[in-house]
Design a protein around this ligand. Structure first.
Ligand code: EPU
Length: 332
């Protein structure tokens, strides 16, 4: 029945999803929708809702494990909703929706003469990649995103879950977020009215469609040097270049306010202490660098990954009487 739907954007039937996630496992979506603007995204959302289809939004697939098989309903990918703009005049933000194509093209080129030279803000659509933004900030000599070096994913996913690490979080530089509410209306949330927490943007079921980020004017060599320093540190302890979904389990000790871990128990250390690093199931394996990462050595399935997760959970339960809870999102 769903075959007769008139979608307002690119729509792919029975589309494979594994390559759209960083762990690279999982089956396909009954419908994969690829809007290219926030308005198209909203239209696609409304059509799916009208047909009472289950709706999921896919950003960079960085903190997500998708089950094998076919996911019913629609997956809306933000991959093509990925433009970045600069404000036209200091003190005034022109929203992408209100720009002419000519203005937008000019602003999109970060090497072009800046219209608002000393205004370190970026207007970013949801599908813009975090690594791309980190790189743009370094080219512009703007500080604030260095802590996100080595973090995969998109702006939308990063805001939804307040991506970050020990050197800072995305919400540290958010001025305003534009969301699509479950009732299909856009709403702009100012930073002062938001309540993000540890790995949680606090936006509930709303879909992030864009944001205004406020960075700090700095010097491009200093920004690049900090990025390199953090990346080198990160590469020592995390499998940055391998296919993974980031940390699999929540730290049982829980986070302290402000993003610091309580230090009571790190899931990675716990798994490491039990000698489980390197444990394999099919082509999925516990990283040899960090116990809380599962890496795909090539051709792993979601069944391999979930088998490994269950095995880790029962081994930790038996040895330490601690229940490890999954931190990544699972689509089934
Ligand atoms: N440790 C080990 N062995 C391991 C892993 C860690 O002994 O295999 C030790 C470390 O040496 C350190 C302690 O455990 O003394 C804590 O490790 P780490 O600093 O790596 O922090 P974490 O608590 O394991 C958290 C976040 C990470 C984030 C890092 C750094 C969670 C679940 N994880 O990890 O976030 O990158 O801090 O800020 O809160 C993610 O969200 O996907 C993620 C990777």
């Amino acid at each position: 029945m769903t075959l007769s739907i008139e979608w307002p954007c690119v729509a792919l039937a029975n589309s494979p999803l594994a390559k759209r996630t960083t762990l690279k496992v999982g089956g396909s979506a009954e419908w994969l929708l690829e809007p290219s603007t926030p308005d198209e995204l909203r239209e696609a959302y409304l059509v799916a809702k009208e047909h009472k289809l289950e709706i999921r939004v896919l950003g960079g697939g960085a903190n997500l494990i998708i089950d094998d098989g076919v996911l019913p309903g629609v997956v809306i990918s933000t991959e093509r909703v990925r433009r970045t703009f600069r404000p036209l005049d200091p003190g005034e933000v022109i929203h992408p929706d209100d720009m002419t194509e000519e203005q937008a093209n000019k602003l999109f080129d970060i090497e072009a003469p800046a219209i608002a030279v000393n205004d370190p803000r970026l207007i970013v659509w949801a599908g813009a990649s975090l690594p791309g933004l980190v790189r743009a900030a370094s080219l512009l000599g703007w500080s604030g995103l260095e802590g996100l070096i080595g973090v995969p994913g998109t702006l939308g996913g990063g805001i939804a879950m307040n991506a970050g690490g020990r050197w800072g979080e995305l919400w540290d530089v958010v001025d305003m977020v534009r969301i699509l509410r479950p009732d299909g209306e856009f709403e702009d949330i100012q930073r002062a009215d938001a309540n993000p927490g540890y790995r949680n943007g606090g936006l509930g079921e709303c879909i992030v469609v864009g944001a205004v980020l406020r960075l700090t004017l700095d010097n491009k060599h200093r920004v690049a040097a900090r990025q390199r320093e953090y990346l080198l540190e990160k590469c020592k302890v995390q499998p940055v270049t391998e296919s993974s979904a980031g940390c699999i389990f929540k730290n049982p000790g829980g986070p302290k306010a402000g993003g610091e871990n309580s230090g009571e128990i790190s899931a990675g250390r716990l798994i490491d202490e039990l000698g489980l690093k390197g444990l394999e199931r099919g082509a999925a394996a516990v990283s040899k660098l960090h116990g809380n990462f599962i890496v795909n050595r090539g051709g792993a399935t979601a069944t391999d990954v979930f088998g490994l997760i269950s095995e880790i959970q029962s081994r930790v339960q038996e040895a330490r009487n601690i229940e490890l809870e999954i931190e990544v999102k699972r689509w089934r």
